[in-house]
Design a protein around this ligand. Structure first.
Ligand SMILES: Cc1cc2nc3c(=O)[nH]c(=O)nc-3n(C[C@H](O)[C@H](O)[C@H](O)COP(=O)(O)O)c2cc1C
Length: 191
């Protein structure tokens, strides 16, 4: 693999919050999930669960709940081209109408569950980007999935909500609009 291509993929991945009304296909979904599954995981425990929801009504409801439980800090800025609920508090769904939502859960009693979810998220977002899809990582998944609606979704799939906690969602779809590379500040210290 050409390392410059990988660096370019990493640098050009951006968070997308506006999507076409078109579902991703099964092959794309499988590749994104496989990228998540092959992420590093603490202690080699492979304990992360991936809940996929591609139903419009379910995602709409989860998005509404995610918006309701969000604490929006006014005066902060996230993105002009792909506004978040911080930029525009009138946005009704904090899952931004994405056609595919993947919720990552980990054992409550494992100190590295959140870290495991995060590394899986990054793998998945890079794969989505490589497939020409837009994605974004969404927090508050614990609160969202702890709602009656969220809990029912988990329980229907026999996910033990006493044992597992949701940490993040990844939203995926065909993005609308463009965003340029966001230059990063250098925070590197070398001896
Ligand atoms: C841990 C984490 C949590 C995030 N949570 C949210 C979120 O709840 N809602 C959202 O719209 N974006 C969320 N983001 C996306 C960030 O806003 C985004 O990565 C950041 O603004 C940098 O932009 P970029 O991803 O386009 O480079 C999250 C990102 C990370 C890493």
């Amino acid at each position: 693999m050409n390392p410059n291509e990988l660096l370019e993929l990493i640098k050009t991945r951006r968070s997308y919050r506006t999507f076409e009304d078109k579902q991703i296909n099964d092959q794309q979904l499988d590749m994104i999930l496989e990228a998540g599954l092959y992420a590093p995981n603490a202690g080699g425990r492979q304990s992360i669960l991936f809940l996929v929801t591609q139903d419009k009504q379910i995602n709409e409801q989860l998005g509404k709940i995610s918006r309701q439980v969000a604490h929006v800090v006014k005066g902060r800025y996230v993105s002009k081209e792909q506004p978040s609920i911080i930029d525009n508090p009138d946005i009704k769904s904090a899952l931004y109408g994405a056609p595919t939502v993947i919720t990552l859960l980990g054992p409550k009693d494992f100190i590295f569950s959140e870290a495991d979810c995060c590394v899986a998220c990054q793998n998945m977002m890079l794969m989505a980007h490589a497939l020409g899809l837009g994605s974004c990582m969404i927090s508050r998944a614990a609160l969202t999935m702890n709602s009656d609606f969220g809990k029912a979704l988990l329980e229907k799939k026999e996910i033990d909500t006493k044992k597992y906690r949701a940490f993040y969602h990844i939203i995926v779809g065909y993005q609308k609009g463009k965003t340029a590379i966001k230059e990063r500040k250098s925070r590197i210290y070398k001896y």
